[in-house]
Design a protein around this ligand. Structure first.
Ligand SMILES: Cc1ncc(C[n+]2csc(CCOP(=O)(O)OP(=O)(O)O)c2C)c(N)n1
Ligand SMILES: [Mg+2]
Length: 334
């Protein structure tokens, strides 16, 4: 491939990570105003996994995400205006304002679902991959999860089933070392998480999740393999969240993360890693980054303005999507 194309790709990866970063920073900045009532699990520091994982995907390919879904949704091309409206509980939100931050989806962009019950998105991903396989389509599915989901039975059932049926699904574990306040070595035996994929006889790799180019390269191999009928794979990508588990603040004063661990990961911010490389190759100047920031800031401003002024769902729609024969029939039950 021409070096120029590769360079353009890397600049695109940087822009995509920067966009996610700036959107989440804006959410964090205005969160305490109370206009967004849903909990928010921000992925600042983890942008390379979302962007790298989605880089080789086509629009028709699917992703299934978790409670920490903003980056996945945006990297896959989910609509920003509908996302910000959803966080504001507006009728124009991607879930009609009923879901909030942890329920982002966008059919047109291939964001099939985001589910906050840890591990429960994985059967949805495998089910979608089974449907793709039965219809002999060439799409692939990415099943995102955190390291905490590895402790759920669903993860292992899904890997077993996907391997047995050679399904086109990539299990992508973002290993940020923590499930809320508990470090992985207090929750799991000392092991390389990617070995779990080998136990299910699938291609398994363990990578640096803060190097977006490495993530994208690895994903391309897994995606090509899945499209060619080679079956599922497991990618474990090491990364780190900068903020508290849920909310807009830094909570390292609580002392659950060793300061040296925090500082070493912060020094390897995925944007910084790629910025350094692009600058060294004279592919990204501070002025070019400023232009990107200004363009993205405008987009963010428009989305937030629309969300703030949009209507809430009408009270008359309260019973919509409630699957019961009628309230009267429920009340009639003994
Ligand atoms: C089945 C289940 N158990 C517990 C929770 C509460 N919970 C929400 S997020 C979370 C941590 C998940 O950790 P991980 O999978 O590593 O994702 P991360 O938050 O680190 O991105 C927990 C325990 C939940 N949502 N679902
Ligand atoms: Mg985690």
């Amino acid at each position: 491939m021409a070096a120029g194309t590769e360079n353009l790709r890397s600049i695109g990866l940087f822009r995509s990570m920067l966009r996610i970063r700036l959107i989440e920073e804006e959410i964090a900045r205005v969160y305490t105003e109370g206009e967004m009532r849903c909990p928010v699990h921000l992925s600042i520091g983890q942008e390379a996994t979302a962007v790298g994982a989605c880089a080789p995907l086509l629009r028709d390919d699917l992703v299934v995400s978790t409670h920490r879904c903003h980056g996945h949704y945006l990297a896959k091309g989910g609509d920003l205006t509908a996302m910000i409206a959803e966080l504001h509980g507006r009728a124009s939100g991607c879930c009609g304002g009923r879901g909030g931050s942890m329920h982002l989806f966008d059919d047109a962009a291939g964001v099939l679902a985001s589910v906050p019950i840890v591990g429960s998105n994985l059967p949805l991903a495998v089910g979608a991959a089974l449907a793709i396989s039965q219809r002999a389509e060439s799409k692939v599915v990415v099943a995102f999860s955190g390291d905490g989901a590895v402790e759920e039975g669903a993860m292992h059932e899904c890997m077993n089933f996907a391997s047995l049926h050679a399904l086109p699904v990539i299990f992508f574990v973002e290993n940020n070392l923590y499930s809320v306040y508990t470090r992985i070595d207090e929750r799991q035996p000392a092991r390389d998480l990617s070995k779990l994929g080998l136990a299910h006889d699938m291609l398994s790799v363990h990578i640096d999740g803060n190097d977006v180019v490495e993530v994208a390269r690895t994903m391309r191999q897994c995606v090509d393999r899945a499209r060619a009928g080679g079956g599922p794979s497991l990618i474990v990508a090491d990364t780190y969240r900068t903020l508290e588990h849920c909310g807009p603040n830094v909570d390292d004063d609580l002392g659950y993360r060793p300061p040296l661990e925090v500082s070493s990961w912060t020094a390897r911010c995925p944007l910084g890693v790629l910025r350094d490389r692009l600058s060294m190759d004279e592919l990204l100047s501070p002025e070019a980054e400023e232009t990107m920031r200004a363009e993205i800031a405008l987009e963010i401003e428009v989305a937030f303005r629309a969300a703030r002024s949009g209507p809430s769902p009408s009270p008359t729609t309260l019973g919509d999507h409630v699957f019961a024969a009628s309230v009267a029939s429920l009340e009639a039950r003994p």
